[in-house]
Design a protein around this ligand. Structure first.
Ligand code: ADP
Ligand code: MG
Length: 338
């Protein structure tokens, strides 16, 4: 007897959702990354119940045509890559064409969008099923609301932590996205209460000040350097201003916030003779290089990447930071002689 069946779309989307739609913060990440990829200059994120009740992301990006507004929710539907060749030179944050299909399968969605060519479109999707696709007056851009997250996957819902924890994760995420895109004006609210607002001036130091406060931003020391493949540039606090957690170090590679133990290690090591035990700097590292040198197709969350010539990059980073630190720290003679 033949027993193998191809899953229907609703089921396979729900399974795929398990990989990228873990919690409210992961949904905010996908929606905001879409807004960034659409060349938005203003992005607003409004949450209720830390996003479990409502996540609304409004942008002024390129928007979608009436047909694309529905097509966007199909699995493997993307405007960002067309062939294998594109996979090795990805400049957008998204490329899998899975996020909207996955999110839609575990929530209720209302979206308004317009690409400026026609009036606009309103789309409703309920647990992955299209329930409305109509004309609607809307300016250029997209406004998407995800509500009742995980209403049809109670096991996932049960797994959610407290509102405070979920909210904390999203705030942390939006902070990093704002740092990665200083030219975009971000606004994050929870039940209309303002949590973060950035100006979109393009000045990363100003975003650092919006997030960590002006006293910290003023004390951060700039560093920069380049080798044949990469340029590195960033800011780091001196040992007098540290934190008890490693989570204040941010790595941005070609505009994408990624996590790297190796880079954290280098930052800490560059300072380490001066750092009190258990204390870590606040730092931001921007790396730019040919997209051909980096592989973001390592994990569905796209938070880890593989970099060619990583050893050389780490050396460059270490030297750049040490050079800047040496200039700023008045080193006691005893340490100098070592
Ligand atoms: P991906 O980002 O990997 O392409 P998504 O499922 O996140 O996949 O989105 C599917 C498509 O929907 C995108 O490729 C893009 O064309 C369109 N899209 C989604 N969000 C927006 C937005 N905010 N503005 C314009 N287009 C969007
Ligand atoms: Mg996307």
């Amino acid at each position: 007897m033949d027993i193998i069946k191809v899953m229907d779309d609703t089921l396979s989307n729900k399974i795929a959702a398990g990989e990228v739609v873990e919690r409210p913060a992961s949904i905010v990440k996908e929606l905001v990354e879409n807004a960034i990829d659409a060349d938005s200059t203003v992005i607003e994120i409004a949450l209720e119940e830390a996003g479990l009740m409502t996540i609304r992301v409004t942008d002024n990006g390129k928007g979608m045509s009436r047909k694309d507004a529905v097509q966007a929710f199909e699995r493997h539907a993307t405007s960002k890559i067309m062939n294998e060749h594109d996979l090795f030179r990805i400049r957008t944050l998204g490329f899998r064409g899975e996020a909207l299909a996955s999110i839609a399968s575990v929530s209720k969605i209302t979206m308004w969008t317009s690409n400026g060519e026609t009036d606009g479109t309103e789309v409703h999707i309920d647990g992955g099923r299209l329930t409305k696709h109509d004309n609607a007056a809307f300016r250029k851009g997209t406004d998407i609301t995800v509500s009742q997250l995980f209403f049809n996957t109670p096991a996932r819902l049960k797994y959610m932590k407290t509102i405070q924890t979920e909210l904390g994760q999203t705030i942390d995420l939006v902070n990093r996205l704002a740092l990665s895109h200083p030219s975009i004006a971000f606004k994050l609210t929870h039940y209309s209460q303002l949590i973060l607002q950035t100006s979109g001036s393009g000045d990363q130091q100003r975003v650092l000040s919006d997030i960590y406060g002006i006293a910290v931003a003023r004390k951060m020391v700039p560093f920069s350097g380049a080798n044949a493949d990469y340029t590195v540039q960033g800011y780091i606090t001196l040992p007098e201003m540290t934190r008890a957690s490693k989570s204040y170090m941010t790595l941005i590679v070609n505009g994408r916030w990624v996590k790297s133990h190796a880079v954290n290690h280098v930052i800490i090591n560059a300072l380490h003779t001066y750092l009190p035990i258990g204390r870590f700097p606040i730092a931001i590292v921007n790396v730019e290089g040919d997209p051909f040198l980096t592989d973001v197709n390592v994990h569905p969350s796209k938070q880890q990447i593989r970099m060619s010539k990583e050893g050389e990059l780490l050396t460059l980073l270490k030297e750049s930071i040490q050079k800047a630190i040496r200039k700023s720290i008045i080193v006691p003679d005893a340490i100098k002689k070592e």
